[in-house]
Design a binder for this molecule. Sequence first.
Ligand code: SF4
Length: 374
Amino acid sequence: MSKSSAVAERGRKDPELQTLLNDICAGYRLSDEDALRLFSVNDREVWEIARAADERRERVVGNRVTYVLNQNINVTNYCINSCGFCGFSRKPGNEGGYYYTLDQIQQKAAIAKQRKVTEICTVSGLHPDFDAGFYRDIIAAIRAGAPGVHIHASNPMEVAYAARQSSISTREVLEMLKEAGLGSMCGTAAEILVDDIRRVICPGKISTAEWIRIIKEAHRLGIRTTATIMYGHCETVQDKVRHLAILRDIQDETGGFTEFVPLSFIHMNTPLYRSGIARAGATGREDLLMIAVTRLFLDTINHIQVSWVKTGTKMAQLGLLAGADDLGGTMFEESISKGAGAKNTDYLDPREMERIVADIGRPLLQRDTLYNLI
Ligand code: SF4
């Protein structure tokens, strides 16, 4: 094939893809094979997928773009685990280790409330001395410092760890946290829900089955959670699709996910990248398709968030044109992505969000954690 005919070939619209996108627009639910097909597109048809996802977004949530005024409190970076993608954790005695006392946590929460945040997030390293009672005390300290502020905290790994440390069930841990003031739980520690990959990137973490079990348990207790994926390291496209299929099945069963947050792998300071196991993060095409394909595939999760912390604000804006409807949090104090090498993660001023969103002709609205407008 000559060079010019090869160019013409790449420029031609793929009729099968067009049919699939038309079917999706008419309400057809994507199969795993369809998602694989969409994730594999690497030419200008990417824009067709983004367009279909953007139209779906408009039908589901309208034109608004939302954000939440929030603050992170990562209580400690001491952690018994050694996940290969983590640049945040430290072992006792390591340089850069830190730990906040309950008094400090309460003070930070009070400062957050003065800043008028509506949400405080807390997930931390798995400190060797933490148990279920201490996790409860962290929630209680935040509630004491910032009464009325929604506490978005913990994740299935922390819940499993707290249960193990205190020899109680995960259900009891969730009940304790809820009683102390937990409003919703993070759907992190999911990474990729494929055990072969988990054994490589986070061998100390709970299995896929355990993650699913604890998430469903939380949903049944009325604790809603986010859903996440961490991609761009050593997973395959098939692994991504298996992960998304698990999330869709859970949502079909419980309806407990508030949103889906794709987390693009920050590689710079991570053992996984330094040892050559992981690649240098997702490409722009992969970031864009992760938003677009999930908007089409996760048809029962209404909100798709772009993580400006992971992708930067320019790619986040493009994500809003490819199916996303939420910019996430303003994030005073962000430590985990920064630890892995991400830049400018501490705070995104709503005025800058406004600029990004106005530039694509959409209104920016403040929401709470559960997507009620404020
Ligand atoms: S990702 Fe979490 S559990 Fe894993 S090493 Fe880092 S802080 Fe510890």
